[in-house]
Design a protein around this ligand. Structure first.
Ligand code: CA
Length: 228
């Protein structure tokens, strides 16, 4: 899952970015509305945390443009928008939701609450409605950032967890390396590395260690697939 934080206060932007990243998401930051629209045009974000009060383009306008530009896409390809704002009047909330926002959080808020809302939006994006995601012997708990295989905990790094979670949201689907890069890694990645291949290889070893050696299949020329 890849998140874009749009927030013009640099300290807050940094704190949010780091906090969300620690929860196992790939996170990019935009300090202006213009920068946000640039990044949104280049990257298929899953979730956008959007401050309304930006120095250049109003956050509501950014929200309207996200919806205008993605309305032709499948629902599953449209970024979920979580508005972050100090404007707490009822009229502002209603207006934000009318502009196509999915949720609303009034500043100041706890990071824990923001993370809970992001998890809820990630679940809504997927076909799974419950908190736990299950594929075959694997059971993923997004709140605890844990994956169990037949009850045995798999010791994963944050990136391996993010990658496995993404596979588990699209079981049986062939996922190209580019798509994995877009949704699991953020903009700090060196595009010339073979990080996807390396991370998949480590993940396979860990899955093999809990008796699940062949869950991630290579589909030659196309990408990778999680088989149940
Ligand atoms: Ca602001």
């Amino acid at each position: 899952m890849r998140v874009l934080v749009v927030e013009d206060e640099p300290d807050l932007a940094k704190a949010l970015t780091e906090g969300i990243r620690r929860d196992g998401y790939a996170v990019d930051t935009a300090l202006t509305g213009e920068e946000a629209l640039d990044k949104l045009s280049a990257v298929p974000y899953d979730i956008v945390c959007l401050d309304l009060n930006l120095p250049d383009i109003d956050g509501r306008e950014v929200c309207r443009r996200i919806n205008a530009e993605t309305s032709r896409l499948d629902d599953s390809d449209t970024p979920r928008v979580l508005i972050l704002t100090a404007r707490d009047s009822l009229a502002d909330r209603v207006a934000g939701l009318d502009d196509g926002a999915d949720d609303y959080l009034v500043k100041p808020f706890d990071l824990a609450e923001l993370l809970a809302r992001i998890r809820a939006l990630s679940r809504r994006r997927s076909v799974h409605s419950g908190a736990l995601v299950e594929v075959g012997a694997l059971k993923l708990d997004p709140r605890r950032m844990e994956v169990m295989a037949d009850g045995e905990m798999i010791d994963l790094t944050a990136r391996e967890f993010a990658l496995l979670r993404y596979f588990m949201l699209y079981p049986g689907e062939v996922l190209a390396s580019e798509r994995l890069l877009d949704h699991v890694w953020d903009e700090n990645i060196d595009p010339f590395t073979n990080t996807v291949r390396v991370t998949i290889s480590k993940l396979r070893k860990k899955l093999a260690g809990v008796g699940q050696p062949e869950m991630i299949e290579t589909v030659v020329g196309s990408g990778y697939r999680l088989v149940a």
